[in-house]
Design a protein around this ligand. Structure first.
Ligand SMILES: *Cc1c(COP(=O)(O)O)cnc(C)c1O
Length: 436
C-alpha cells in the first residue's frame, strides 16, 4: 500500500497555516533517498549524483541535496542561475542541454559547469560562442530500440538527443584537436524504468563504447554519466526498484568491461530526478465541489496546471483521502480540476472512500516533474511549495502566485494614464477564505 508521509492531524495543522493547494516535500525522505543512492554506488571512487533540476527547481530542495553531496544537472540558463545562487560551483554542475541558445553555453562556460554536448555541430557552435573547455562530455544515442529481457523499453532511434556512434569518434578527435584533455560519456535511453536491469544494461553499453573510443582516439575518459531514468512505482501494485541491486549491477558491468581495459578509475555520475524526489513530494488539495451527472465527480482546488502528468501522459497518481485511510473504497469518482479542458482529471473511475466537501486529498508522488511542469492556462495560478522538515515543522519554500504575478509581464502603462490621479495600480480584493 502507498502511505502518505504525513498523517491527517499533521496535514490539518499545515493547511491551517498554508491554504491548499500546495506541493508538500519530505526532507527526511529526500535525505534518505540520497543516502541510499550514495551507499549503493559507494564502490565507485568519485561517484556523484547531479540532481536533474528540471524535476524540482526549488532552492530549498537543491540546498538539501547539496548537503547530501549532490550536484545539479541543468539544461537552461535559469537552471544554471538557480544552481549558482544555491552555491553549486564549477564541476558540481552538469549542463545537459539540447538546441542550446548561445547565452546558455556562455553562462555554463563562465560558471565552469561540465558541458554535455548534445550534437557534433555544437562543437563549433560552442567554440564560437564561449570557447572549448578542457573537460567535456558527449551524449550518445545508439539509435534503434533499447531492449531489456527481450522487451522494448524505449526507441532511441526516434529520440532527438545525442551523437551517433560514428559521430562520437569524430567528435572526440575534433575536441582533442581543440584542446580537450578530459572526456565524459553520457546517455539517457529509457525513462521511468522500474526494472533493476536498466542502469546495468545502459552502463554496459556506455562502458563498452568508452573502451572503444579510448582505443580509437586515445582520449582520456574520466567519467560516465548514466543520466536519469530510474523510476518509481506510481501504482500501488507496481514493483519497486532496489537501488542497491541497481548499484551492484552497475558494479558488475564495471568489473567486467572497464577494469580489464585498465579504465577502473572512471567515475560514475547519475542525473536522477524522479528517483530522488517523486515519492518525497505530494500535491495537497481540497475537495471543493461535487457533481452528479453521467458520472460522479469530485472537483478540487488544484488542477492540471499544478500537476500536468495525468492530463499529458495519462499518468496514474495514487490518491489518499486524508482521515479516511481505512474507510472502504466503495465509490467510483472522476477527480477533476477546474480547467476548461476535459483532460483535467487527476483520476478517472477511481475507487475511493466517500468524499465530503472540505476533505483533504493527498495526491502521491508529485515531488518530481510536478510543480515544475506547471503552467498558467485559464489564468490559473501556480501553487505554493511547502517543506515538511525533519523536526516536523513546515516551511513555506515558495509562496503561491497572486494575480499580480500573473499580470507582471504586461505593461499597463497605457491603461494607467486613464486611472484617477494618484491611483497607480489595479487593486485586487483580498480573497476571503471559504469555510466548509
Ligand atoms: C530529465 C532528465 C534527467 C532526469 O530524468 P528522470 O527521469 O527524472 O530521472 C536527467 N538527465 C537529463 C539530460 C534529462 O533530460
Amino acid at each position: 500500500m502507498k502511505q502518505p508521509f504525513v498523517n491527517h492531524e499533521q496535514l490539518c495543522a499545515i493547511t491551517a497555516q498554508y491554504p491548499t493547494p500546495f506541493h508538500l516535500y519530505d526532507e527526511k525522505g529526500i535525505r534518505q533517498t540520497a543516502r541510499d543512492l550514495y551507499k549503493a554506488f559507494s564502490w565507485n571512487k568519485g561517484f556523484k549524483e547531479y540532481f536533474a533540476v528540471k524535476a524540482t527547481p526549488n532552492p530549498a530542495i537543491l540546498k538539501i541535496l547539496r548537503e547530501e553531496g549532490c550536484g545539479t544537472d541543468c539544461s537552461s540558463l535559469t537552471e544554471l542561475m538557480l544552481s549558482d545562487a544555491v552555491g553549486f560551483q564549477g564541476e558540481e554542475m552538469m549542463f545537459s542541454s539540447n538546441v542550446t541558445p548561445r547565452e546558455d553555453y556562455q553562462l555554463a562556460k563562465k560558471l565552469g559547469a561540465i558541458i554535455n554536448l548534445d550534437d557534433i555541430t555544437h562543437i563549433e557552435f560552442l567554440e564560437d560562442v564561449a570557447g572549448i573547455p578542457e573537460t567535456i562530455c558527449c551524449r550518445y544515442n545508439p539509435g534503434g530500440s533499447f531492449t531489456l529481457n527481450n522487451s522494448i523499453m524505449d526507441t532511441p532511434g526516434e529520440a532527438k538527443y545525442g551523437f551517433t556512434r560514428e559521430q562520437l569518434t569524430q567528435g572526440f578527435k575534433k575536441l582533442m584537436q581543440k584542446g580537450v584533455k578530459t572526456f565524459g560519456l553520457h546517455a539517457f535511453l529509457a525513462s521511468n524504468t522500474t526494472e533493476n536491469g536498466y542502469y546495468p544494461a545502459l552502463a554496459k553499453i556506455l562502458f563498452e563504447t568508452a573502451v572503444e573510443l579510448q582505443r580509437e582516439t586515445g582520449a582520456h575518459i574520466a567519467f560516465i554519466n548514466l543520466s536519469g531514468g530510474v523510476g518509481i512505482p506510481y501504482r500501488p501494485d507496481q514493483p519497486r526498484n532496489d537501488i542497491f541491486v541497481i548499484g551492484e549491477g552497475v558494479r558488475k558491468a564495471f568489473e567486467e568491461v572497464l577494469v580489464p581495459a585498465g579504465m577502473g578509475d572512471i567515475r560514475i555520475f547519475t542525473e536522477l530526478g524522479r528517483f530522488m524526489l517523486a515519492e518525497n513530494g505530494a500535491l495537497i488539495a481540497k475537495a471543493i465541489h461535487e457533481k452528479h451527472t453521467h458520472k460522479e465527480y469530485i472537483g478540487l482546488d488544484a488542477c492540471a496546471a499544478n500537476l500536468m502528468r495525468p492530463a499529458m501522459y495519462g499518468a496514474y497518481h495514487h490518491i489518499t483521502v486524508m482521515g479516511k485511510e481505512h474507510a472502504p473504497c466503495d465509490r467510483k469518482y472522476d477527480v477533476t480540476g477546474g480547467l476548461c479542458e476535459n483532460n483535467d482529471k487527476f483520476a478517472i473511475d477511481r475507487m475511493l472512500p466517500k468524499i465530503e466537501l472540505g476533505d483533504l486529498l493527498y495526491i502521491h508522488d508529485t515531488g518530481a516533474h510536478g510543480f515544475s511542469m506547471g503552467y498558467n492556462y485559464n489564468g490559473k495560478l501556480r501553487s505554493a511549495e511547502v517543506l515538511l522538515k525533519e523536526d516536523g515543522t513546515a516551511e513555506l519554500i515558495r509562496r503561491a502566485e497572486t494575480p499580480a504575478d500573473y499580470f507582471a509581464t504586461f505593461d499597463f502603462t497605457g491603461l494607467f494614464k486613464d486611472l484617477p490621479k494618484g491611483k497607480k495600480e489595479f487593486i485586487f480584493d483580498e480573497p476571503q477564505p471559504v469555510k466548509y
